[in-house]
Design a protein. Sequence first.
Length: 330
Amino acid sequence: MHEPLYLFYEEPDPDRWIQFDRYPRKMIRRIVRGKPPIGGVMRWFLNLQQGLNQLGVSYRINDYRGLKKTPGAWACVVGKPHVIEKISPNHPIVYGPGVAAHPYDNDFWKKADIRLMLLSCDWFKKMYDRDLFNSIPTSVWSAGIETNIWLPSTSTPAPRSLLVYDKIRWQRDDYEPALLRPILDILTAAGVEVHYIRYGSYREEDYRSLLQRMSGMIFLCEHETQGFAYLQALSSGVPILAWDRGGYWQDPSMFPQRVKFESVTSVPYFDHRCGEKFVDLPEFRGKLPLFLDHLCTGKYQPRSYITENFDLADRAQAYLNLLRTIQKNL
């Protein structure tokens, strides 16, 4: 394996009106809006970086020129898909986990020299394995969690202080009246101190501070491929009652006309220590008293699940192991 590693991660930022206008637009956005929030793909990249740092592994970031000057070097493209087309020919690629939502979103499968794809959970891998145009090997790889900053509260939160985390992305006109609002009403009627946060509307430091005051969290999302927000809550010692509707992958850009895949999950990494799951509103009504009772008795131990499975250095080492294995098998 060549060292340093050549790591690649970029958010798409094309010119809009004239050539090179992306640079002043980026500067203006930064001045007006402040530092942009960290999304899931960036978090995969940053947490892999941190793990590699802990292992003492050297790497270069977005060094397209250096890659081109190093014959046979591998390109490790964490994300996003447009980066694949910027990699020089004759360089094998490990691609992922910041891949497109579905293989049909891209047309580079027969052109790019992708030797291994990393998908962040089992159900996502199964969908890609089924629908990829050619037989690119795939493996599951999930990033670690910063357990050193996502820490349990040093004080004891109120036993009935719950955060409702809203990541309902599609069919909101249906789900808001049929699921979200009834859940908020049920919690209020049960004497719960309710706090609410919506995906994409906060900064990580604010979310981290909010978790310090919560005894539990209601997580509402159709499906996840890793789910950094809920894993960060678990690392913070906050158990979760998760809406896990199962069923079909719901992305309206593909479903149901072009792609029908089942079954998915909103919590791909979860066990009995993490909390409870519910499929629909009737099951939520039944699970809530149990969840609240277990919060009071301290039955759940979510942080132990995270520290056992999502250590930054361990997950970076797993990445390196997958890279070495595919290189040896060529």
